[in-house]
Write a protein that binds this ligand. Structure first.
Ligand code: NDP
Length: 245
């Protein structure tokens, strides 16, 4: 384990990110949780208060190229070097390919993929100097299975698998592990957009017979961030109730 237990989670104010915040805070990490809004930051700070945890919320848009080094400087000066990076923030803008606009393509690629290139590059440099680190990417079942109406989104999540394996090979000698967790359908704002009829059909195709809880994802992040996962790298862990095996 690193001397400093400092975790950074992108998109920590709600959904899966919020449960990861609770889990890592309960495990004794100082956690920096990002959101794009002041309300989101207040929510992160309230969660940290409720867990008696240390850390704080920071406003950060993952698509803002220039904000990444500022974020690192702020965390380093106030808390120390980040040892666990959780790339969680993500969006969907679904459409069939023939109807997809450039905006829908570009925004999803930029938010879900290019941001991870930039953020990971910034923080992994410090991990290399510290000779310790954990990078945990949140992918998706549709990155392995594909899904009609999600060519943009599933492309980003498939790409994460290649990114994860390649980076894992680059940094393994510095005691840094890089893994992806690919959730199935988890009950958050992202899936609230689905119609009830769509949800019913989906649930029927899940062997465990229900949507997942964000906390069930967070448990796996907690494991990968811990010393118990010290020999796992370049992996994709499916957490999908058996939807895709
Ligand atoms: P939510 O829609 O509930 O939350 C999304 C989070 O991402 C919010 O905290 C949001 O912040 C943040 N975010 C979005 N865009 C940006 C941005 N440009 N900059 C910074 N933060 C941003 O999503 P989930 O919790 O459901 O999803 C979390 C991750 O899990 C995503 O990567 C998603 O693709 C993945 N996933 C989710 C599944 C599900 O069924 N829910 C299934 C498979 C994968 P803000 O509140 O400030 O907008």
């Amino acid at each position: 384990m690193a001397d400093s237990k400092i975790a950074l989670i992108t998109g920590a104010n709600r959904g899966i990110g919020k449960e990861i915040l609770i889990s890592l805070s309960n495990d004794g990490f100082t956690v920096i949780g990002t959101s794009r809004s002041q309300q989101g930051i207040d929510d992160v700070n309230n969660v940290l208060k409720s867990t008696n945890g240390s850390g704080c919320g920071v406003i950060f848009d993952v698509t803002d190229k220039n904000a990444v080094s500022t974020l690192n400087e702020k965390i380093t000066s106030e808390y120390g070097k980040v040892s666990v990076l959780v790339n969680n923030a993500g969006i969907t803008m679904d459409n069939l390919l023939i109807r997809m606009s450039d905006k829908e393509w570009d925004e999803v690629i930029d938010t879900n993929l290019t941001s991870i290139y930039r953020i990971t590059k910034e923080f992994v440099k410090d991990m290399m100097k510290e000779r310790y680190g954990r990078v945990i990417n949140i992918g998706s079942v549709v990155g392995v299975s594909g899904n009609a109406g999600q060519t943009n989104y599933s492309s980003t999540k498939s790409a994460l698998l290649g990114f994860t394996k390649s980076l894992a090979k680059e940094v393994a000698s510095r005691n840094i592990t890089v893994n992806t967790i690919s959730p199935g359908f988890i009950d958050t704002d992202m899936t609230k957009k689905l119609k009830d009829s769509q949800k019913d059909m989906l649930v029927k195709s899940i062997p465990l017979g229900r949507m997942g809880l964000a906390s069930e994802l967070a448990n796996v992040v907690g494991f990968l961030a811990s010393d118990k996962a010290s020999y796992i790298t370049g992996e994709n862990i499916n957490v999908n109730g058996g939807l895709y095996m």
